[in-house]
Design a protein around this ligand. Structure first.
Ligand SMILES: Cc1cc2nc3c(=O)[nH]c(=O)nc-3n(C[C@H](O)[C@H](O)[C@H](O)COP(=O)(O)O)c2cc1C
Length: 357
C-alpha cells in the first residue's frame, strides 16, 4: 500500500502528501533582493497544483552571501512584506512552504570569502576571519527570525551544493587549522552552530536541512563524513534531512558511487548513499532529491522506506501541477532533464521556465 498521496507530519506541520518541491531559484528578484509578483504567481500555482511541501528557492542571509544576480534575500526587514505576500498565496491554496536560507561564501562576488583561501576557475577567495564566521552564524539566525515574520512554516538550512555550510564541511575547500577546520568535528562546527542559532530563533517550528551525501570531489566531503554529520544533526533535533549531492571540486565520473544496486532505482542519482544515511538516522524524516521521473519509482522509494518524501525540482518547472496530474493517472513527469532551465545561457538571465517545446 503506497503512502505517496497520504498526509505526513514534520514536527507539528501537517502536509497533504509526500511530495516536496525542492528549492529552485529564479533570477527575478530586484537589486535589493525583494521578490516580485511573478514569484507570488509561481508559488501560488505550485500550491494550487497539490504539492505537499514547497521549499522557496534559496534566500541570501547576508548581503555578502548573495550567490547570483536576481537571487532573493532575507537579509533585511524590507524584504519581508513581499515574502509575506508569497507565503499568504501558498497558504490560501492549502500549501505549506519553508524558506531555504543560504550564504554563498566563496561564490559571492565581488568579496569572495570562505573557510580558507580557495581558488577555482580563475578566481581566488580569501579566508574569513573568526569575527566574520560569527557574523555569518548570526545572519542565519536573523534570517530564520525574518522567515517566521514573513509567514513561512519553517526554514531549511542550505547545507549542500558547495555553498558556505558545504564549504566548511569540505576538506577540499576548508583548510583551516583552527577550531573551524581540520577534523570532521571541526568542519561540522559551523553547521552545528548555525543549527543552534536557527533553532534558538524559531523555537518549535520545523528546521530542515539539505545536505550532500557526497561532494564527488577526490578530496571533499564523502559519504562517510555525510553519515556522521547527518547523525550529529539528527541528534540535535533536525526535523527533516533532504539528501542531495555535488560540491566544489566535483568530478562527474565520481557520481557513479552514489547509485543504488537495485536497477528499479537507477533514475535516482543518490539512492545508494541515501540508504546509508537513512539507516543511520532513522526515524528522522528524510527526503531524497535528484532524478525522480516515474510514479512507480516514487512509490517504490517511499514504500521500501528509502525516503519519506519525494523531492523534485526540474519537473515542477515544467508542470507546477505535477502532483495533481500524478494523482489523476499520469505515470511519469514530462521533464526530460535537458537542463535548458539551468544552463549557462539562461542562468541569471531569463525567467524560470521550461525551454522544452
Ligand atoms: C533552475 C534551478 C534552480 C535551482 N535552485 C536551487 C536552490 O535555490 N537551492 C537548492 O538547494 N537547489 C537548487 N537547485 C537544485 C534542485 O533543487 C535539485 O536538487 C536538482 O535540480 C535535482 O533535482 P531534480 O532531478 O528533481 O531536478 C536548482 C535547480 C535548478 C534546475
Amino acid at each position: 500500500m503506497s503512502h505517496l498521496f497520504e498526509s505526513y507530519r514534520i514536527r507539528g506541520l501537517s502536509l497533504r502528501n509526500r511530495f516536496m518541491r525542492s528549492a529552485t531559484t529564479s533570477y527575478w528578484a530586484d537589486e535589493e533582493g525583494i521578490v516580485k509578483d511573478a514569484h507570488v504567481r509561481l508559488y501560488r500555482s505550485l500550491a494550487r497544483g497539490g504539492v505537499g511541501l514547497i521549499v522557496k528557492g534559496h534566500l541570501y542571509v547576508a548581503d555578502n552571501g548573495k550567490a547570483h544576480t536576481g537571487m532573493a534575500g532575507i537579509s533585511s526587514d524590507t524584504q519581508i512584506p513581499m515574502l509575506r505576500k508569497l507565503t499568504d498565496a501558498v497558504h490560501e491554496q492549502g500549501g505549506r512552504i519553508v524558506a531555504q536560507i543560504n550564504h554563498a561564501g566563496v561564490v559571492h562576488q565581488p568579496d569572495r570569502a570562505g573557510p580558507s583561501e580557495y581558488s577555482e576557475g580563475g578566481w581566488t577567495a580569501r579566508e574569513m576571519t573568526v569575527d566574520e564566521i560569527e557574523a555569518a552564524i548570526q545572519a542565519y539566525g536573523d534570517a530564520a527570525e525574518r522567515a517566521m515574520q514573513a509567514g513561512f512554516d519553517g526554514v531549511q538550512i542550505h547545507g549542500a551544493h558547495g555553498y558556505l555550510v558545504s564549504q566548511f564541511l569540505s576538506r577540499h575547500v576548508n583548510r583551516r587549522t583552527d577550531r573551524w577546520g581540520g577534523s570532521l568535528e571541526n568542519r561540522m562546527r559551523f553547521l552545528m552552530e548555525v543549527y543552534d542559532e536557527v533553532r534558538g530563533r524559531v523555537g518549535n517550528e520545523p528546521v530542515l536541512i539539505k545536505m550532500n551525501c557526497d561532494d564527488f570531489s577526490p578530496d571533499g566531503f564523502t559519504v562517510d563524513d555525510s553519515v556522521k554529520a547527518a547523525v550529529a544533526i539528527a541528534k540535535k533535533g533536525i526535523d527533516l534531512i533532504e539528501v542531495s549531492g555535488g560540491g566544489r571540486g566535483q568530478q562527474e565520473a565520481l557520481r557513479a558511487r552514489a547509485r543504488h544496486s537495485d536497477p528499479a532505482l537507477a533514475d535516482l542519482a543518490f539512492a545508494g548513499h541515501a540508504s546509508k544515511i537513512r539507516d543511520a538516522t532513522r526515524p528522522t524524516p528524510m527526503a531524497l532529491v535528484y532524478g525522480f521521473r516515474k510514479l512507480d519509482t516514487m512509490r517504490k522509494a517511499v514504500d521500501m522506506g528509502l525516503t519519506d518524501m519525494v523531492s523534485m525540482s526540474r519537473p515542477f518547472i515544467r508542470e507546477p501541477d505535477l502532483v495533481e496530474r500524478l494523482q489523476s493517472g499520469q505515470r511519469e513527469v514530462s521533464c526530460i532533464r535537458c537542463d535548458a532551465c539551468s544552463g549557462s545561457d539562461v542562468f541569471g538571465k531569463t525567467m524560470l521556465r521550461c525551454h522544452l517545446e
